[in-house]
Design a protein around this ligand. Structure first.
Ligand SMILES: Cc1ncc(C[n+]2csc(CCOP(=O)(O)OP(=O)(O)O)c2C)c(N)n1
Ligand SMILES: [Mg+2]
Length: 422
């Protein structure tokens, strides 16, 4: 028998040192932003696939980029015909403006010490706002901490949305979750999970149950690019691929997972959408800063799920323009002006530009609307803050701690409640 001999330790058979690959972001804080390596195809080049698109025919959609708005703000290409009407676009602009104003006000409130923590979705407003407007009552989102835009477009009352972040008497879940981990079943917003990746298994399971029990409704799973590195992502994908439930599997690729560059989760220069093809799930990759493209593709994916044609995967290509959270300082790991250099621009500015180009809007009307939206949001915030902030806290009765978690209170909690004299 031939004697087996391996290469000397640490060297390849070609005699070269074995080395690992560590993906690096294109630029660090002391360098100018550099997105030159991104391949951004022109708007309007991809067709609209049939609703029963199969993974093996989805290659171009998973590696390209569906874009409707071109650089002049015109809607171009086949997907332009799938965009909702003018009233829906005006509504979309307002939704995004409200979202941005709410984020700005709550960020300031956190900096003033009125709440403990906040997470903004700046730059990603189009994705949740446009997707939600394609859903129906009875559908269910499984969101992360960065999908408050779904609630805005579901017309969730702003005093509840803000109250949750102050954890005051207006908080429907009475301080049981971190600020921004909302829970609003009647608005199609499943209790947000802080554990990355769980949304994929939960949404797939919910969609299977909806199909099995005939209760109807479709599910939408939401995770970030970094969370695709979790086991739950793969479990959800495999289960969706086997049972074909009515679910839309969304990955928001905003280039960062706190301070970790997206390349650490994508690996080897592949798109996230391309990963779904290996599971036999058709996937589309979309410019997430283009409200028209987001609305058209969301409508396509939602109709596919509703038609019983199985799961679809969407990679929303965008940029996290703000810090990860109020506990993060992005100046430590990326160039200061990187958000401004993002080649796909800002979703509000782009929709505004489109509506102006079509004579439906103007800079003046936009300025007025911005002031009006800010005023409305500040009025609500004032009312909400009157119910208590960290600077002027109003304690809940301690017995509340024991309610609303278990249908039947377990004995150890009964004992604890007795200890505080109730
Ligand atoms: C299972 C798990 N691991 C780690 C964390 C800590 N953590 C919170 S947010 C985050 C980054 C997530 O990045 P991404 O999925 O890209 O979403 P984004 O914040 O960019 O929206 C990490 C590592 C967590 N919450 N859950
Ligand atoms: Mg991310």
């Amino acid at each position: 028998m031939a004697e087996r001999s391996g290469p000397p330790s640490g060297r390849s058979t070609a005699g070269k040192p074995l080395a690992l690959t560590y993906p690096h972001p294109p630029a660090r804080p002391d360098q100018p932003p550099d997105f030159s390596a991104l391949k951004i195809p022109p708007a309007g080049v991809l067709p609209v696939p049939p609703l029963d698109l199969r993974a093996e025919d989805a290659g171009d959609f998973a590696t390209g980029l569906i874009r409707v708005l071109d650089d002049d703000g015109q809607a171009v290409g086949p997907w332009a015909d799938a965009v909702p009407g003018d009233a829906a676009l005006m509504q979309g602009l307002r939704d995004m403006m409200v979202m941005r104003a709410v984020d700005a006000r709550l960020l300031t409130a956190q900096r003033q010490g009125k709440m403990s923590f906040y997470i903004q979705c700046t730059g990603e407003e189009a994705i949740g706002c446009a997707f939600q407007r394609q859903l129906l009552p009875g559908d269910m989102n499984f969101p992360t901490y960065r999908q408050q835009s779904l609630l805005i477009a579901a017309d969730y009352p702003l005093d509840l949305l803000m109250g949750q972040t102050y954890a005051n008497a207006l908080d429907p879940i009475r301080g049981r979750q971190l600020p921004v981990l909302h829970s609003a079943r009647d608005y199609g917003f499943f209790s947000a999970s802080g554990n990355l990746g769980t949304q994929f298994v939960q949404a797939v399971g919910w969609a299977m149950a909806a199909a099995l029990t005939g209760t109807g409704g479709i599910a939408a799973a939401w995770i970030g690019d970094g969370a695709t590195a979790s086991n739950d992502f793969h479990s959800g994908m495999l289960t969706a691929s086997v049972y074909q439930p009515p679910v839309v599997l969304n990955v928001i690729n905003n280039q960062w997972a706190i301070s970790t560059y997206t390349g650490m989760a994508s690996g080897a220069g592949r798109t996230y959408a391309a990963r779904a093809l290996g599971y036999g799930i058709p996937a589309l990759r979309v410019d997430g800063n283009d409200y028209l493209a987001v609305a058209a593709v969301s409508d396509w994916a939602v109709r596919r799920a509703r038609a019983g044609l199985g799961p679809a995967f969407v990679e929303w290509f965008t940029y996290r323009a703000a810090a990860h959270s109020t506990s993060d300082n992005p100046a430590a790991y990326r160039p200061k002006d990187e958000a401004k250099a993002w080649p796909l621009g800002d979703p509000i500015a782009r929709l505004k530009g489109h509506l102006i180009a079509r004579g439906l809007w103007s800079e003046d009307r936009h300025r007025q609307a911005e002031a009006q939206v800010l005023d409305e949001v500040m009025q609500v915030q004032k009312r909400v803050e009157a119910e208590g902030t960290l600077l002027s806290p109003r304690a809940f009765p301690p017995t509340e701690l024991f309610e609303g978690v278990y249908a039947e209170m377990p004995p150890h909690l009964m004992r604890q409640r007795a200890e505080i004299g109730e």
